[in-house]
Design a binder for this molecule. Structure first.
Ligand SMILES: [Zn+2]
Length: 382
């Protein structure tokens, strides 16, 4: 099967290249926000939105009026418009919230460029990119397949990254004849119907404590900087070196934690897909769950949604199947041996005995078995 795969590398632009990257990002954001505003105004006046084509024409005119828009990579601006038009499509299909203005403060600052006529080339030590020329990068693996596009981003710690998207061929993995039910949980990251429990990655606690400590330090330094700025009117936050230093320290720590989490999720999603032909999970309503403030932190921490996303695309790649079951299926209330419904159970009840058949259950293993059985009987989709 042909799939799109991203190859991510760290970039080491020169100062000049870095300025241009930041300009491309800034201009992409400007174009997105400008046309989002136009879209809304047109909609208010006429009851109809804009189209990608009408925006694209307007962009050509806008470039005449604002010549600095010609400086960055032209694909970046076009892709920004496409992005906006997709955001509206998803909104009208009720798949996403209303598009919002992009903020400079958003930690994900990126632009997308496209491959045409060899404008992107990958060599051993550098990558050729439109407008930027050859940019040095850290090559950690070989890029395979046909190049399609590239995302260039800068993260809060000030590092630059590139994700090269290429179309490449994946082969199905051999069938194992095994199926598994997966119960995603708060106490353990997940429990399998085989009885195996996968705990949260161990580093979490100490690293997160450290992060909280450094964040407190950051807010103290912010207060200090504010006082200094009151005394010296022409001072800006950029001049407060201690504050800036701490800000980067916090950003680096966040990056580290997030990288380790991603690694953990990738390891497990790959392993499960390799070892099973069918994987059954509950259809999570993550947006709904996040509204419950008590659970919110734990849930966002374990990133279930990301895990399910990985499982789903990897299953597709490797010829396996992810089966979802109704999220209201009472997986933790039912006895997996005799089917007796024992009613709702508070989160603190970890084990229970079925009054009907006397089977003793671990709450999560029992739920995972129920999920598996239900998935094989009443799947709601893949
Ligand atoms: Zn029972």
């Amino acid at each position: 099967m042909l799939i799109q795969k991203a190859f991510k590398f760290r970039l080491f632009p020169t100062d000049e290249q870095a300025v241009l990257i930041n300009k491309s990002i800034g201009c992409s954001r400007f174009v997105y926000n400008h046309f989002l505003d136009c879209w809304e105004k047109t909609y208010q006046q006429t009851g109809k939105g804009l189209t990608y084509n009408s925006c694209s024409k307007a962009l050509t005119q806008l470039k005449v009026a604002l010549p600095w828009l010609k400086e960055p990579d032209k694909f970046a601006l076009q892709n920004s418009l496409k992005n906006l038009s997709h955001a509206y499509d998803r909104f009208f299909k009720k798949q996403a919230r209303h598009p919002r203005f992009k903020s400079k403060r958003n930690p994900n600052q990126a632009y997308k460029t496209c491959f045409t006529n060899k404008n992107i080339e990958v060599a051993d030590q550098s990558i050729k990119l439109p407008k930027l020329g050859w940019v040095r990068y850290a090559r950690s693996r070989q890029v395979e397949g046909r190049l399609l596009s590239a995302f260039i981003r800068v993260v809060p710690s000030g590092k630059y990254f590139i994700s090269l998207v290429a179309e490449t061929e994946v082969k199905e993995l051999p069938k194992t004849g095994k199926v598994v039910g997966i119960d995603l949980g708060l106490l353990d990251f997940m429990t399998l119907s085989t009885g195996e429990k996968i705990t949260h990655p161990k580093f979490g606690c100490s690293m997160e404590q450290k992060l909280r400590r450094e964040q407190r330090k950051l807010s103290h330094r912010y207060e200090g900087a504010k006082k200094r700025m009151l005394k010296q009117k022409n001072l800006t936050l950029m001049d407060c070196a201690n504050y800036q230093k701490q800000k980067i320290k916090v950003a680096k720590l966040k990056e580290k934690i997030s990288n380790r989490k991603t690694d953990f999720l990738h390891q497990w999603s790959t392993k499960l897909v390799k070892n099973h032909d069918q994987l059954v999970i509950e259809d999570l309503n993550v947006n709904g769950l996040l509204k419950n403030h008590r659970l919110a932190k734990a849930i966002s921490e374990v990133s279930w949604a990301e895990f399910v996303r990985q499982l789903t695309y990897k299953a597709k790649w490797f010829g396996k199947e992810v089966i979802k079951i109704d999220r209201f299926f009472p997986s933790s209330q039912m006895c997996s041996v005799c089917g007796h419904r024992d009613g709702k159970k508070a989160l603190y009840i970890r084990e229970w005995t079925c009054p009907q058949c006397g089977a003793h259950h671990d709450r999560d293993v029992n739920a995972a078995i129920n999920i598996l059985n239900e998935g094989l009987k009443n799947p709601i989709g893949i």
